[in-house]
Design a binder for this molecule. Structure first.
Ligand SMILES: *Cc1c(COP(=O)(O)O)cnc(C)c1O
Length: 383
């Protein structure tokens, strides 16, 4: 029987090695490996191609995401780029209208120059996407929930539609992680992670992962991983593997806190709107409840008075003003000026990212302290 996720995060990919019985995974720093005769070795020749520590992480994440294979990269953007590189010239990609700013940037500024075309479309309804496919549409790239508006896309419906049209589907699963959402079980062909976020979980390591549902697709990506060379280092692989051990526990705590904070903000008079899929009022609440094990730890909100954003930010004491997300400490950011500044203002406003939108990455501190911090900061701006 397949073990439960809280067990898999700890045990998948590694069991105590035979030399010394080390319970914690060893970090293999060697760049090269002995060959008994030419071409006779233990599966390791040169560390760009294969590294035992990186492999432990890749196997662990394959198990969590129900993937046939996983490749690990230096960053999330390297993982995304690796996938897009394999589409080839004259391909067409459909992407969620409010994808991560860096994803938008690499698609528009780098891959467009290589002859790949991108259309950014709403993906909250498969029905509305029907007319978006072209003869050369090879990939649908979605984020659900999206960053930062937390829009939800129906994964299995989009996969059915894409497959009917001869396209594959990639889900950026950074926000919910396999603890809360497993896109491959709903028909997705690829899952992307910025392991920099929840998987690492401690704001101290960059990393990216590309999981493939299909073994043949994995072989293709494994080949380009070693050919292009943006591989994850042994030490960083080890840090992420270590982070993942507490992923099930942490996601529970992030979500517990986020639910409380979303409810608090939702009924606060200084707040115009809260974006959190856990709220019944959220447009994607039902779909998210159906396809996930929870709404996660990210939320965004708009103040009734947009002029008070800076004042609110400077009044917060427990929340740290910083980009990034998914780690143990609570962070606050203004997407329009920070994470999403690379998207032109007009484009941002079209998808609903106003300059007054505030995003929270809810950490695993005590919920009461987080609530009190928000409460005192909101009181200050209403005086
Ligand atoms: C951060 C992030 C990325 C990019 O990952 P890096 O590790 O920073 O390169 C991609 N997608 C989402 C949803 C992210 O939050």
């Amino acid at each position: 029987m397949m073990k439960k996720l809280a067990t898999q995060v700890i045990h998948e990919g590694y069991s105590p090695e035979p030399l010394a019985g080390s319970v914690a995974p060893p970090i293999y720093m060697s760049t090269t490996y002995v060959q008994k005769e030419v071409g006779v070795h233990k599966g390791y020749e040169y560390a760009r191609s294969n590294n035992p520590t990186r492999e432990m992480l890749e196997k662990n994440v394959s198990a969590l995401e129900r993937a046939a294979g996983t490749t690990a990269y230096a960053t999330g953007m390297a993982a995304i780029s690796s996938l897009i590189l394999n589409l080839g010239q004259n391909s067409h990609v459909l992407a969620s209208a409010n994808v991560y700013g860096g994803t938008y940037r690499v698609f528009q500024k780098i891959f467009t120059n290589l002859g790949i075309k991108f259309d950014f479309v709403p993906t909250s309804s498969a029905e509305k996407m029907k007319t978006c496919f072209k003869e050369n549409t090879k990939l649908v790239f979605i984020e659900t929930p999206t960053n930062p508006l937390m829009e939800i896309s129906p994964i299995s419906e989009i996969c059915d539609l894409a497959h009917e049209n001869g396209a594959k589907v990639c889900v950026d699963n950074t926000f919910l992680t396999p603890i809360l959402q497993r896109p491959i079980t709903m028909g997705a062909d690829y899952v992307i992670h910025s392991a920099t976020k929840y998987l690492g979980g401690h704001s101290d390591v960059l990393g990216g992962l590309l999981c493939c549902a299909d073994l043949e697709d994995h072989e293709i990506n494994k080949f380009s991983q070693k050919s292009v060379g943006a591989v994850l280092s042994p030490f960083d692989s080890w840090l992420i593997l270590r982070g993942i051990k507490t992923l099930a526990l942490r996601m529970k705590a992030h979500q517990h806190n986020a639910k409380k904070i979303a409810e608090f903000l939702d009924q606060h008079e200084s707040i115009q709107k809260v974006y959190y899929p856990g709220l019944i009022s959220h447009s994607g609440h039902e779909i998210n409840a159906k396809q996930t094990d929870g709404p996660g730890g990210m939320l965004a909100f708009e103040l009734s008075n947009a002029n008070l954003v800076d004042q609110l930010l400077s009044s917060l004491k427990v929340f740290t003003l910083a980009e990034s997300l998914g780690a143990v400490e609570s962070l606050v950011c203004v997407p329009a000026k920070m994470t999403h500044a690379s998207i032109p203002r007009e484009e941002r406003r079209k998808v609903g990212i106003e300059d007054s939108l505030i995003r929270l990455s809810i950490g695993i501190e005590d919920a009461d302290d987080l609530l009190e911090d928000l409460d005192q900061a909101l009181q200050k701006i209403s005086n």
